[in-house]
Design a protein around this ligand. Structure first.
Ligand SMILES: *Cc1c(COP(=O)(O)O)cnc(C)c1O
Length: 430
C-alpha cells in the first residue's frame, strides 16, 4: 500500500463545493485542459507520419462539446451507428473525417454514412455485396476490418481472443475481399484491426502495427490494390489502478514508427497513413463521476451509499472494473476503513467498490470516482427508472460549462407521449 502511486483528481474540493451549488450530484465532470494536452501529445507522437489522424471513438464519450474540442487537433470521428453519425455531422465533421467502423450494420446506416461521404470500414466479407446492393455502388475509398483469429499475446501477459470475437474478415477473406472490391471499382484501400482492449503497455500498437504492415505488404503483392491507410483502431488503455504505469504515447508512436520503417518503407509503402480510433486513451482519465455519500449502513459489511449508481457508470457492475475513488478533503487521512461503495439499483452488483480501504466517510462527503471520461456516461441506462446525470466541462480558465443537462422524468416518460395513458398526465409536459 505504501508504495502505491497517488491518483490525484483534476479538480479540488473547493472547486467541487462551488460546482455542487450549481449542478446537483451526481454528475460527470470533464477536464478540458487534460483533454487538450493529451490530444496534442497524440498528434505529436505520430507527427512522423504525414497522413496520421486520430478518429475519436464517439461511443466512448458521445458529446458534441467534447467532439468540438478534439476537432482543434484535426481529429476525426469513428462512428458505429446512425445517431453517432448524426452527431459527427452536426458538429461539422464530414467526408474523410468520419470513419464508419460498425458491425452487423443496418442498410440505412450504410446509406447514411455514404451520404455523409464517410469512409466505410467493412466488418464482414458478406457486407461487400450488402453495401453494393444498399448504395448501388462500391465507394472509391473502402476499408476492411481484419481478424487474424487465435489469441493475441503481449509480453506482460495481456492477451485477448480475436478468435472468439465476432469482428472482422479472416486472412483469406481479406485477400479475396480486396480483389472483389477492386473489381467492383474501389480505388483506395484501408486495413483496420482491433485485437486487444484496454492494453496498459506501450507494446500493443507496435505489435499490432507489425502484423497489419505485413498483411498490407501481402495484400499489395497479391491484389495490386492501392492501400492508403492502416487503422490501428482503439485498445490503448489507461491506468485505472494506482499501481499501473500509464501508457506513454510518445513511446507508442516511436514503436509504430520503427515497424513502419522496417516493413512498409522497404515495400514502397512510405506514403501510407496511420490512423487510430482511440476512445479510452483520449478521454478516460479526463473525466470523473462526482457523487455524494448519502447513507451508511452497518450490517454484515460496512456500506456507503452514494447518490450515483451503476446507471451512471456501468463498468464496475459489468466487468468488475476497478475505478479509483478519492474522498475529497480526506486525501491524507489514513485508509483504515473497509467499505463497499454502492448505488441504489435493486441489483446487488451495483457497487462502485467492494472491500475498498478508504478513509472514514461521513454523509455529505463528496467522492470522486476516477477515469470515467470514456465508456462512463455513455454506457448509462435507465434501469430502476434512474435518470442519466448531467455532464459538466471544467474549462481551462477554471470556469464550468454544462455540456449536457441531467435527464428529468419528462425525458424518461417521453417515449410514452403517443399513448393516452400518460399523454395528459402531469408527468409529461410539452
Ligand atoms: C470501441 C471501439 C474503439 C475505441 O476503443 P477504446 O478501447 O475506447 O480505445 C475504436 N474502434 C472501434 C471499432 C471500437 O469498437
Amino acid at each position: 500500500m505504501e508504495n502505491k502511486k497517488k491518483k490525484v483528481p483534476f479538480v479540488t474540493k473547493a472547486q467541487l463545493e462551488e460546482m455542487v451549488k450549481q449542478y446537483p450530484t451526481p454528475f460527470h465532470l470533464y477536464d478540458e485542459k487534460g483533454i487538450r494536452e493529451n490530444a496534442k501529445a497524440v498528434k505529436d507522437a505520430f507527427a512522423w507520419n504525414k497522413g496520421f489522424r486520430e478518429y475519436f471513438a464517439v461511443k466512448a464519450t458521445p458529446n458534441p462539446f467534447i467532439l468540438s474540442l478534439l476537432k482543434d487537433y484535426d481529429c476525426g470521428c469513428d462512428c458505429s451507428s446512425l445517431t453517432e453519425l448524426m452527431m459527427a455531422d452536426a458538429v461539422g465533421f464530414g467526408g474523410e473525417h468520419i470513419m464508419f467502423s460498425s458491425n452487423d450494420t443496418p442498410a440505412e446506416e450504410f446509406a447514411f454514412a455514404d451520404q455523409l461521404g464517410a469512409i466505410i470500414n467493412l466488418d464482414d466479407f458478406t457486407h461487400i455485396d450488402f453495401l453494393e446492393q444498399t448504395i448501388g455502388k462500391i465507394p472509391e475509398t473502402i476499408s476492411c476490418r481484419y481478424n487474424p483469429g487465435g489469441v493475441f499475446l503481449l509480453s506482460n501477459g495481456i492477451m485477448d481472443n480475436p478468435g472468439d470475437s465476432k469482428y472482422g474478415f479472416t486472412h483469406d477473406q481479406m485477400i479475396e475481399g480486396f480483389r472483389i472490391l477492386k473489381e467492383k471499382g474501389a480505388k483506395y484501400f484501408g486495413v483496420h484491426a482491433f485485437l486487444a482492449s484496454n492494453t496498459v503497455t506501450n507494446e500493443y500498437y507496435p505489435k499490432l502495427a507489425r502484423q497489419l504492415f505485413e498483411l498490407v505488404v501481402e495484400l499489395k503483392e497479391k491484389t495490386g490494390c492501392d492501400i492508403r491507410f492502416i487503422n490501428l483502431s482503439g485498445g490503448v488503455g489507461i491506468a485505472y489502478s494506482p499501481d499501473q504505469t500509464p501508457n506513454d504515447i510518445a513511446a507508442i508512436g516511436a514503436g509504430v514508427k520503427e515497424a513502419f520503417e522496417e516493413i512498409l518503407i522497404p515495400a514502397g509503402l512510405a506514403d501510407v497513413a496511420i490512423y487510430t480510433e482511440m476512445g479510452r486513451f483520449m478521454l478516460g482519465p479526463y473525466g470523473c463521476l462526482v457523487t455524494a455519500a448519502i447513507h451508511e449502513k452497518h450490517t454484515y459489511k460496512e456500506y456507503i451509499g452514494v447518490d450515483a449508481c451503476a446507471a451512471n457508470l456501468m463498468r464496475p457492475a459489468m466487468y468488475g472494473a476497478y475505478h479509483h475513488i478519492t474522498v475529497m478533503g480526506k486525501e491524507d487521512a489514513p485508509c483504515d476503513r473497509k467499505y463497499d461503495v454502492v448505488g441504489s439499483l435493486c441489483e446487488n452488483n451495483d457497487k462502485f467498490a467492494v472491500d475498498r480501504m478508504l478513509p472514514e466517510i461521513e454523509k455529505g462527503d463528496l467522492l470522486v470516482i476516477h477515469d470515467t471520461g470514456a465508456h462512463g456516461f455513455s454506457m448509462g441506462y435507465n434501469y430502476n427508472g434512474r435518470l442519466r446525470s448531467a455532464e459538466v466541462l471544467l474549462k481551462e480558465d477554471g470556469s464550468t460549462q454544462l455540456i449536457r443537462r441531467a435527464e428529468t422524468p419528462n425525458d424518461y416518460f417521453a417515449t410514452f407521449d403517443c399513448f393516452d395513458i400518460l399523454k395528459n398526465s402531469k408527468y409529461i409536459t410539452n
